[in-house]
Write a protein that binds this ligand. Structure first.
Ligand SMILES: Nc1ncnc2c1ncn2[C@@H]1O[C@H](COP(=O)(O)OP(=O)(O)O)[C@@H](O)[C@H]1O
Ligand SMILES: [Mg+2]
Length: 249
């Protein structure tokens, strides 16, 4: 469905993405992981047309989308959420979702229907008329998802949509993503919470320093030496250090 081929993105002399290639197969969930600064968000920005790539080719459903403007990429069905929440703070939750729905559906009644469905499926019915700026962080993240969903995406790209959520909210997000996958949506997910991404991903791509260092099923990724050294090990060791400090060791 999505083909990323030898994509590079430079900022001056900094190579944020270096010759990256991978595929996202239709109907699957692909996880994109790696330490901070690895180039994950930059790659999202290249795929969705927010940044112009320095080199390489990106295709979506057989169409060359390299350097198309964001609205055209979104209209084709490749839609993203943002790591930093982008909701329109002065507007209500429902109206935020309605904006997404209008991108797909010009008929008011149908757009309202779509927005209502997305409101429900993202567990936001209880805050329908609340100002988006007044939502708790977990709800804001779900609002991002609901608005993206309302546009009728084929490929949904989530950038750390579970960061800052409670473990209950993480579990809700996992079941939501699973049910959306069952309804036919394909996912590319950037996520730091390994407990969230590993159980649902069909495949995991690992970036480090702008380079793809691994691409495999989750079971193989957690045992991959390069990945442990570059990312997982570092994270786990941090966890251990914190625990040791808490216990006063
Ligand atoms: N607009 C930009 N201008 C200059 N450097 C950038 C820009 N966006 C990202 N970078 C740099 O590119 C690298 C990768 O960043 P990013 O893609 O945000 O990583 P990640 O999302 O994996 O944490 C970092 O070194 C970051 O500072
Ligand atoms: Mg990022």
């Amino acid at each position: 469905m999505l083909e990323v081929r030898e994509v590079s993105k430079k900022f001056g002399s900094l190579i944020a993405n270096n010759n990256i290639s991978f595929d996202v197969e239709e109907g699957t969930i692909v996880g994109l992981i790696g330490p901070n600064g690895a180039g994950k968000t930059t790659l999202f920005n290249c795929i969705t047309g927010m940044y112009k790539t320095t080199a390489g080719k990106i295709s979506f459903q057989g169409l060359d989308i390299t350097n198309l403007p964001p609205y055209k990429v979104a209209r084709l069905g490749a839609v993203r959420t943002f790591q930093i929440v982008h909701s329109l703070k002065e507007m209500s939750v429902f109206d935020n979702i309605l904006i997404g729905a209008y991108l797909r559906e010009k008929n008011t009644e149908k757009a309202w229907e779509i927005a209502d469905q997305c409101l429900q499926s993202c567990y936001l019915s209880g805050v329908r008329n609340v100002r988006a700026g007044d939502l708790a962080i977990g709800q804001q993240k779900r609002l991002e998802l609901a608005r993206a969903l309302a546009t009728g995406p084929k490929l949904l790209m989530l950038d750390e949509c579970m960061a800052g959520l409670t473990s209950t909210e993480v579990n809700e997000s996992i079941s939501l993503i699973k049910s959306l996958k069952n309804s036919g949506i394909t996912f590319l997910i950037v996520e730091h919470i390994m407990e969230a991404v590993m159980p649902i991903a069909d495949k995991v791509v690992v970036l480090n320093g702008g380079i793809k260092i691994a691409e495999d099923c989750p079971e193989a990724i957690v045992q991959n030496e390069r990945v442990i050294e570059a990312y997982l090990g570092q994270k786990y060791s941090k966890k251990f250090q914190l625990k040791a400090r808490e216990e006063g060791i």
